[in-house]
Design a protein around this ligand. Sequence first.
Ligand SMILES: Nc1ncnc2c1ncn2[C@@H]1O[C@H](COP(=O)(O)OP(=O)(O)OP(=O)(O)O)[C@@H](O)[C@H]1O
Length: 346
Amino acid sequence: MTAVEIGPTTAAPAGTDGVIVLSGLTKVYEPTPRWMRVMARTHVRANVTALDGVDLTVRAGQICAIVGPNGAGKTTLFRIIVGLTTATTGTGRVLGLDVDRDTEQVRQVVGWMPSEDRSLLMRATCRENLHLHGRLQGMSRRAITERIPEVLAKVNLSGQIDSVVAGLSAGMKARLRLARALLPGPRVLILDEPTGAVDPIAAHELLGLITDLVRRERLAVLISSHRLEEIEALRSQTLLLDRGRVKYVGDLDTLREQWERPQLELVFDSAATADRAAAALLAHGLAATADGHAVRCGLRPAEGAGRVLSALGPTAGEVRHVREIPMPLRDLIARAYRQDAPEGIR
Ligand SMILES: Nc1ncnc2c1ncn2[C@@H]1O[C@H](COP(=O)(O)OP(=O)(O)OP(=O)(O)O)[C@@H](O)[C@H]1O
């Protein structure tokens, strides 16, 4: 996992009201009506529950990362907040505005960065793209003209104001999409896979910009990403979604405390000794696997290196190195999804 230093976001002081408050949000997509099926490229045959009772509060100055496998409901959640679809039940509020009833006002305070470049006009310049977007948002020409240099400066694209979008790198296009989301001066940012199409260095730069903006402007941010190392680097709140249900919401340190099962790695002089050691550990009921000269052994809560070394018996004297390996975030999240019994190791 890459060690990306992006820095923590400032947690909002306790008691601050939520900027985004979702309560019991449920979305059920209904089957495509019969008369529409001929026209629809794909159609839904049965009810699909995309969100199932989601509760979430995001405060000013907080980033909340929405994590979940394909189809978990991330985009549906975002689409409800920006008024592109409505919830079946439950409520969503942004700065006290109802996302269903006050759609127009909500759009004025929410900056939405969709996951793809398709919404950019490739043959137009950055300035022209931002101008068009501002007009579509209902901004006055004057306000747009004033804001364009400001938002381009925020995303380090001042030098590209009159560059044609097609000639920009993927990272620059992503920053332009961010600038577009910032155009109306939003209090909330919704970033759907912002780094999806960009290389890791450009992604790091983009996330750095986002965390800086959050700190300076105290924005409330929802972000989705399939890149777990990015979520880890953001050190944000995290909402784990699984088929529309919330599996976990909180910070990653607490997630670790709850689900982490570190492993011990024991290194021997030979593969044969490692095999013997793994067999001894297995015989004592420990989860161990040999890999070349090394053995990895999962630890249960309250188990330490002592338990492992005593299970090794005489082979303990042949251990050359021992180190504890923290559980990768990917495995940690997988455990949370499986809702393993905390004392068990699988
Ligand atoms: N317009 C729609 N009509 C019917 N079902 C839909 C529609 N949009 C999404 N779904 C279904 O709702 C569920 C959640 O989809 P959603 O796109 O919100 O998930 P996601 O987490 O954003 O997935 P991905 O990571 O692939 O973008 C999926 O089962 C999807 O097939």
